[in-house]
Ligand binder design. Structure first.
Ligand code: T3D
Length: 260
């Protein structure tokens, strides 16, 4: 597993990815971005992993692009940077057939906020915040944020966040539905772990289909969504996990899903 400012630990079917450059608030360098994209691709193929946590080391979740790196004479163009580094990360996150819990431990700025928005669920520490920040340096929200953020908080709030660029504190993020839970900083990782464990105990095939169909539903009409649900449910209804779920209900015991 990669270690260029990205640490990965796997246990109990949960992979925890930690952005690990705390002195620079986990700002993203090219090696980190490459490591992160590779990590999500590897986790997609790892059948022992059923849920993922993404978090940051130290007092920040992620301050986005490392702005010092941008000043280097051989820095790639922003278009190349997005095509080669950022887009592959968020694409891999959305394509990952396993739920991702963002454990937002501190500030999530710029592309760091975009990474948080690309997670399926978010839990925040009391002191965490979200700030798009792109506009402050003459850029637009990228790494998928123009797509994800309005879908999470609505067009009006997304416009405010993108144009005004004020930070959104954890409690406001909760009221906006941008995060699902706010807990103390001390409890963040244990609570994120508990959520990820619940997800990991679910049926991997049902979780994967749920993630895929929720996203597809946003871009489709009602009839298309009904057809996609019907096709997926038909397959899941024939799978061993559904039989196990029914048996567990009748026998009053927790199900043991295998993904079969
Ligand atoms: O490739 C491309 O450019 C295209 C893609 C762009 C995607 C983007 O992410 S663009 C947006 C980039 N990010 C930002 O503009 C955020 C910049 N950072 C901040 O606005 C603030 O640092 C925060 C609001 C995140 C936190 O503020 P605060 O006061 O808590 O901390 P601080 O003192 O500003 O930062 C602490 C240290 O982290 C400091 O280093 P020092 O002085 O102690 O040596 C600071 O320079 C460093 N740091 C913070 N953010 C970045 C960073 N270093 C490099 N790049 C950063 N983004």
């Amino acid at each position: 597993m990669p270690d260029a400012g990205v640490r990965v630990e796997i246990g109990d079917a949960v992979a925890t990815i930690k952005l690990d450059r705390p002195d620079a608030l986990n700002a993203l360098t090219i090696p980190m971005k490459e490591a992160l994209a590779r990590t999500f691709e590897e986790l997609a193929a790892d059948r022992t992993v059923r849920a993922v946590i993404l978090t940051g080391a130290g007092r920040a979740f992620c301050a986005g692009q490392d702005l010092r790196e941008r000043l280097e004479p051989d820095a790639p163009s922003l278009g190349d940077e997005l095509r080669e580094h950022y887009n592959p990360i968020v694409r891999a996150m959305r394509a990952l057939p396993k739920p991702i819990v963002g454990a937002i431990n501190g500030v999530a700025a710029g592309a760091g906020a975009s990474l948080a928005f690309a997670c399926d669920l978010r839990i925040a520490a009391e002191g965490a915040s979200f700030v798009l920040a792109f506009g402050r340096i003459g850029l637009i929200p990228d790494s998928g944020a123009t797509w994800t953020l309005p879908r999470i908080v609505g067009w009006s709030k997304a416009s405010e966040m993108a144009l005004v660029n004020d930070p959104i504190a954890a409690r406001e993020a909760l009221s906006l539905g941008l995060v699902s839970w706010v807990v103390s900083g001390d409890a963040l990782m244990s609570e994120a772990w508990a959520i990820a464990r619940r997800l990991a105990a679910g049926s991997p095939t049902a979780n994967a289909a749920t993630k895929r169909l929720l996203e597809a539903g946003l871009a489709s009409d009602f009839e298309t969504a009904l057809a996609a649900e019907t096709e997926a449910q038909d397959g899941l209804g024939r799978a061993a996990d559904h039989a196990e779920g029914l048996a567990a209900f009748i026998e009053k015991r927790p199900p043991r899903f295998t993904g079969e």
